[in-house]
Write a protein that binds this ligand. Structure first.
Ligand code: NAD
Length: 472
């Protein structure tokens, strides 16, 4: 039996279509809120047993789960490509499966010894971290498998059980991933419940959920924060962004063009921490526009299962309409389309890789999150002005600085309001480096020790020196 056959209902369900071809990919059962209650109850019942395995016991099972993901990586990548639209090749479906295993293993490698807060001969205090209980995870449709791992891996390592609700656009990818993980994990430690906004709302206010991990838009994040308030749930919210990149006047346009391109167009631009507005000084403006256009012209876009493609369709028509509308507005507002901007008729949500020059900083393509393959390139004449523009929005997920000068890179990085500032790269997340947003891009971090501790209750144990036995 294939994984897809295993996760589909015997009869009925909603048909999921391939955004590249419109063909049916599979069917998903749509449980209601009553099924969510049963899922939360099952996860609660499983939690004490999971916690009782201890860190080593849990880590051994999670490591075996990473092996299982690797063993099924190609089958999962094909399903992901068909449902999400992203090509198998390039920084896309196979890359996402590799990231799933990498992040799972990196989560297991973080040391978690209790921290000694005070040891001055008079007082001794240490901080332990206990499971919170059941973590509810709600995710988006752009990197459905990888983001699920970001949410469930730290939660499980810390001894929580997880109820995960995938995006209604990409439920099969998450159900398939959970199915593979569950070939190794004990029953009900990880429960996936597909459904739309209603199930998400019920999960965010559910009294049986102790913590929410949400990745998605800022609008939904605010609704989730409100819904979680009555039960004072812990919440980590990774929200939307509109990342700026600033090219400094000593950069080499030809050398940085490919990095800029993939910073912006990874996953066909449908990436939270993608480069979404590029600021280029007068002196390099034409050269950067030319070099980026050359790179964009070489990137094949098409059906994901075709091995040659590295760019795919938008995952859904709603997002396609947002991108198309912003590019049309940019053109009407005086933007010069360097490449793209003219989608072909035909099946699939294909919008070509598009570069738009000569826009003012307040044009909607610059000021709003496009979340698709259309990059505005804005000219600046003073670096202070570019930094002010980069910091001028109410979101701040990532940012980047492009220069061969380490000193200038550091100076500019320290002036940017974002959760991460990359140097000569953009969106290059790393499981060893905490990742989170500034301003309305969210709060809380994922990855590394800081991310793991967000899935735990810190407990301080304190007394006079010698009053209790320290941890070994
Ligand atoms: P979305 O907010 O529309 O949906 C995300 C999830 O929330 C879905 O599972 C959806 O069913 C659920 N949901 C919708 N309304 C809800 C409600 N009222 N209560 C509870 N759940 C609800 O986001 P999307 O369109 O799937 O994803 C794109 C957005 O996500 C972009 O803004 C992008 O920048 C952001 N994103 C952020 C990160 C990050 O790490 N910061 C990563 C990926 C995507």
């Amino acid at each position: 039996m294939t994984i897809l056959e295993a996760i589909q209902p015997a009869t009925g369900g909603r048909t999921i279509t391939d955004p590249a071809t419109g063909e049916a990919v599979g069917r998903v059962a749509e449980p209601g809120v009553a099924d969510l209650d049963a899922a939360v109850a099952a996860a609660r019942a499983a939690q004490p047993g999971w916690a009782a395995r201890g860190d080593a016991g849990r880590a051994a099972l999670l490591s075996a789960a990473a092996d299982a993901v690797e063993a099924h990586a190609e089958e999962l990548a094909v399903l992901l490509s068909r449902e999400q639209g992203k090509p198998l090749n390039g920084p896309n479906a196979r890359f996402e499966l590799e990231a799933c295993a990498t992040w799972l293993r990196a989560t297991l490698a973080v040391p978690l010894d209790p921290e000694v807060a005070v040891d001055d001969g008079e007082t001794y205090a240490e901080i332990h971290h206990r499971p919170l209980g059941v973590v509810g995870a709600i995710g988006p449709w752009n990197w459905p498998m990888m983001i699920s791992i970001w949410q469930l891996a730290p939660a499980l390592r810390m001894g929580n059980t997880v109820v995960i609700k995938p995006s209604e656009y990409t439920p099969l990818s998450v159900l398939a991933l959970a199915h593979v993980l569950n070939t190794v994990l004990p029953a009900d430690v990880l429960v996936a419940v597909p459904g739309g906004r209603g199930v998400g709302e019920a999960l965010s206010s559910h009294p049986g959920i102790d913590k929410l991990m949400f990745t998605g838009s800022t609008v939904t994040g605010k609704a989730i924060i409100r819904a979680s308030a009555d039960s004072v749930k812990r919440v980590t919210v990774e929200l939307g962004g509109n990342d700026a990149g600033i090219v400094l006047d000593d950069a080499d346009p030809a050398a940085i063009a490919e990095g800029l391109f993939w910073g912006a167009f990874i996953n066909t631009g449908q990436t939270c921490a993608a480069l979404k507005r590029l600021y280029v000084p007068d002196s390099l403006y034409d050269a950067v526009c030319d070099e980026l256009t050359k790179v964009a012209a070489e990137m094949p876009m098409g059906v994901g299962l075709d091995e040659q493609n590295v760019l795919g369709p938008l995952q859904n028509r709603q997002q396609y309409d947002i991108v198309a509308g912003l590019v049309d507005e940019a053109r009407a507002g005086g933007g010069r389309v360097l490449i793209g901007g003219d989608p072909a008729d035909g099946p699939g949500n294909f919008y070509p890789a598009t570069l738009v020059a000569d826009l003012p900083n307040d044009n909607p393509l610059v000021a709003q999150e496009q979340f698709g393959p259309a990059l505005p390139i804005v000219r600046y004449s003073s670096l202070d002005e570019a930094i002010a523009w980069a910091n001028g929005l109410n979101v701040g997920l990532g940012a980047s600085v492009w220069t061969p000068s380490p000193a200038r890179a550091r100076d500019v990085a320290l002036r940017l309001d974002a959760g991460t500032v990359w140097i000569n790269e953009h969106g290059a997340i790393d499981p060893r480096v905490p990742f989170g947003g500034a301003k309305q891009s969210g709060y809380g971090v994922e990855f590394a020790r800081a991310g793991l501790l967000e899935c735990a209750q810190p407990v301080a144990i304190k007394g006079a020196a010698g009053s209790f036995a320290p941890s070994a």
